[in-house]
Design a protein around this ligand. Structure first.
Ligand SMILES: Cc1cc2nc3c(=O)[nH]c(=O)nc-3n(C[C@H](O)[C@H](O)[C@H](O)COP(=O)(O)OP(=O)(O)OC[C@H]3O[C@@H](n4cnc5c(N)ncnc54)[C@H](O)[C@@H]3O)c2cc1C
Length: 216
């Protein structure tokens, strides 16, 4: 069975859901294809379960990227204040922890429920337990998933990075980039422990576990 859509979004994490909401609001027929049994699992573990959903002082220069202009254009079009307005519309209680970091008072589940409701209001179709296996492109994109085929002229790959495979992370996006000969920056872990050179290790390793405010 093949279903017609304007846009297919592969992956129902934070990026896929935001994209689906914005496209749906513009009147597009959108389908989100997610291989897990529920959406946004990584959102649920973010910020220690309370989701650090934005930072009041988030600016392009806070991002390390091979393409620094990307953060400029992205943040010019959707600001922390835009997301905060959405959180306030849903009356989700939150607090500023420190230095502009905003966390939910209760749970990251509040943020996920908000995104799910926004998808519903925007008329987005969600397909869970739909493992995307193959993608081809003719005059449009054809996605083969489990036992269904989806077609659309636009495709968004939002299958995430490699961290935490046990909650659904795959290398699918990178594999796809290779298939379509799209250049990929070598992926590196972003959230890592402090790494020291061997000669410094003997001096500083006893400090492991100590936390304090510093100027670096
Ligand atoms: C422990 C931890 C804490 C974090 N805390 C914060 C925080 O407080 N604040 C913050 O801003 N960021 C935080 N982050 C980072 C943030 O969670 C991620 O940047 C964000 O969730 C990435 O969203 P994404 O949509 O790009 O990818 P993901 O959330 O990884 O979504 C990708 C989706 O695609 C699905 N998928 C993968 N392969 C396929 C396939 N072949 N077919 C179908 N579906 C597929 C996956 O199941 C998944 O649902 C944290 C990350 C971690 C690991």
């Amino acid at each position: 069975m093949s279903q017609p859509y304007d846009a297919l979004i592969l992956g129902g994490g934070a990026a896929g859901l935001m994209c689906a909401i914005e496209a749906g609001k513009r009147g597009r027929r959108v389908a989100v294809l997610e291989h897990a049994e529920r959406l946004g699992k990584k959102i649920l573990i973010s910020g220690g379960g309370r989701c650090n959903f934005t930072n009041l002082h988030c600016r392009p220069e806070n991002f390390i990227s091979a393409n620094p202009h990307f953060a400029k254009s992205a943040l010019a079009r959707y600001t922390p204040a835009d997301f905060l307005a959405l959180v306030e519309k849903y009356r989700i209680p939150y607090h500023e922890k420190t230095l502009g970091q905003l966390f939910c008072d209760h749970s990251a589940r509040d943020i996920l429920s908000m995104l799910e409701e926004e998808c519903r209001l925007a008329g987005v179709s969600i397909f869970l337990q739909t493992d995307v296996r193959e993608l081809t492109r003719t005059t449009e994109f054809i996605v083969r998933a489990s036992n269904t085929e989806f077609r659309a002229p636009a495709l968004v790959v939002a299958t995430g990075g490699l961290s935490i495979a046990k909650i659904g992370a795959t290398s699918f996006g990178y594999d796809l980039a290779r298939q379509f000969r799209i250049k990929v920056q070598e992926p590196r872990p972003g959230l890592v422990p402090f790494v020291l050179a061997p000669e410094d290790r003997s001096h500083y390793c006893d400090l492991a576990g100590v936390s304090m405010e510093v100027v670096a």
